[in-house]
Write a protein that binds this ligand. Sequence first.
Ligand code: ADP
Length: 273
Amino acid sequence: MSIKVENLTYKYMPGTPFEKTAIDDVSFEIKDGEFIGLIGHTGSGKSTLIQQLNGLLKPTSGNIYIDGECITEKGVELRKIRQKVGLVFQYPEHQLFEETIYKDVAFGPTNLGLSAEEVDERVRRALEVVGIDIEKYRDKSPFELSGGQRRRVAIAGVLAMEPKILILDEPTAGLDPRGRDEILSQIKRLHEEYKITIILVSHSMEDVAKLVNRLIVMYKGKNILMGSPREVFREVETLEKIGLGVPQVTYLARRLREKGYNIREDIITVEEA
Ligand code: ADP
């Protein structure tokens, strides 16, 4: 499913002395099946933006269209939007609450009023996607799992709702390198096999740049850069200025600049060499 964001602005506590513009006139389009990296430092507006994409927050102004349908006008059923747009919050494992892994993943689809067989099929599929062996783990408590596994079960809970768009907010936060690699490779697989639209939110360029088709770079509530990782990396100076440069690229750019090269063009040649 596609997403279109038009002149979106979000203000916290508008009209008070504490007013804070968290999203400032942001526009972009995401095509069906794209894998997007939404990147920016803490406080750049990433969470505020994604909560509007599934209707949790209502924009101060501007519009959002999901698959051509405006979700920001009055009278839109939020439940329907959330079925289409699955949002995996930061540290989603903190929201696991059922006594078994099976029940936790089954919770959402059960509430959709599906039959037991349909629920079972969804739970199996979702756990399979995140690489959790259902036979081994179904009746275990989430608390018997490692941190990375718990997070994968929490992600399976969102996947079991079979969203057409999946947004993951810092899915690797707090995991060790192994847990991080596991989660990222499962997400990659999810995109390749199921072709759903994915937005991966991160403050780490290195985590996302090698996975995604396109990057949206946020800075102080604005969408300052957008394009393929290659196109975005070309803007080394901007990335450096906002502290999002990839160290190796920044280092190479500095060396080339010292030698009198025009880095905007030449850095790409270096990458390809
Ligand atoms: P990110 O997800 O990139 O870390 P956020 O969307 O959380 O950024 O925050 C964007 C800006 O909005 C920040 O300046 C933050 O302090 C502010 N902000 C976030 N949540 C609230 C809130 N509930 N009330 C007031 N300001 C907020």
